[in-house]
Design a protein around this ligand. Structure first.
Ligand code: SF4
Ligand code: SF4
Length: 91
């Protein structure tokens, strides 16, 4: 899935930068005076940005994609696999 569910509502964003600080993969960055998705391919859909956004500007379907794949792999004792069919894209 590679973070396709991540979205920013520019109308709600107050440019506090919290989402940039909490993202473990450097997906978000400031650009042209506002927060932008800088590296969508690194998003694991962990939900940390959305949970910490004070205005609800960020939405992401956490519990799917690579974050889900890592958890499922850990429980099954296998490599991360979200079922997208691409093989090792979540590692
Ligand atoms: S869902 Fe997680 S990895 Fe993706 S942008 Fe938010 S904090 Fe970063
Ligand atoms: S945490 Fe929310 S309000 Fe703050 S910069 Fe990120 S998207 Fe904007």
């Amino acid at each position: 899935m590679n973070g396709r569910s991540l979205a920013i509502d520019d109308g709600k964003c107050v440019s506090c930068g919290i989402c940039i600080d909490v993202c473990p993969h450097g997906v978000l960055a400031f650009g042209e005076g506002r927060v932008r998705v800088d590296a969508i391919e690194r998003c694991m859909e962990c939900g940390a940005c959305a949970m910490n956004c004070p205005t609800g500007a960020l939405t992401v379907d956490s519990g799917v994609g690579c974050a889900y794949a890592v958890i499922r792999g850990a429980l099954q004792g296998t490599a991360p696999d979200c079922g997208c069919g691409k093989g090792d894209c979540c590692t």
